[in-house]
Design a protein around this ligand. Structure first.
Ligand SMILES: [Zn+2]
Length: 204
């Protein structure tokens, strides 16, 4: 089957909302990490999510998103929505952070057995189509809420460490403005890589 017609994809740009809004709704999850150049993880993850939605929709997939603006959405709300929509896959978009600024690289996280093939497919394309090196092997087994509580194959993608200057510079690309003007080529490349991994997962 060419294209992704009939496939339902749930895109989950991580975090969202202000710190106080997040704490009021669902604990300390709202803001995430941040980079000197890139700024908050929540904004860059959403930008990559928009590009990824474009690629997936142009391949005729049906795309849902946990948020399309900077607002607090709790983890339970994300998995509950994906489960009730009955999507085929769940794709969570993040950037990593570490106290040690030398730690860098991309990784794809899986928890359920059925997550692993999706995580492997996305990681392979991320390493082939972006400047990211892998964090360790790049493939990580983690008991994260969105992986554990989703009823479908799921992957959580950590698109580099914003606390590492090289990864931060790459994610920042040619600027932080959203969308087409100007196009952020590096974030578009990251989205394309994830899209192509999803495509290969479904189409082999
Ligand atoms: Zn995150």
């Amino acid at each position: 089957m060419a294209y992704l017609q009939g496939k339902k994809v749930y895109l989950d740009p991580g975090h969202g909302g202000t710190y106080s809004e997040g704490v009021a709704r669902c604990g300390s999850y709202a803001v995430g990490t941040s980079g000197v150049l890139t700024g908050p993880e929540k904004d860059s993850a959403l930008d990559i999510g928009f590009w990824l939605r474009e690629y997936l929709e142009s391949a005729l997939a049906t795309v849902y998103m946990s948020r399309t603006s900077d607002r607090a959405v709790c983890l339970e709300e994300r998995t509950d929505e994906a489960n009730s929509l009955g999507v085929d896959i769940f794709v969570s978009l993040h950037h990593n952070g570490n106290d040690d600024s030398s730690v860098k690289g991309a990784s794809c996280h899986w928890y359920k057995t059925e997550d692993k093939a999706l995580a492997e497919a996305v990681l392979n394309e991320l390493l082939d189509n972006t400047e990211f090196t892998p964090w360790g092997t790049g493939l990580k087994n983690d008991n994260f809420h969105v992986l554990r509580e989703s009823n479908m194959p799921a992957v959580l993608v950590e698109n580099g460490f914003l606390t590492n200057s090289g990864d931060d510079e790459y994610v920042y690309g040619n600027g932080n403005s959203f969308g087409e003007d100007p196009i952020n080529y590096n974030r578009r490349d990251i989205a394309y890589a994830i899209y192509y991994g999803i495509w290969k997962y479904f189409n082999g």
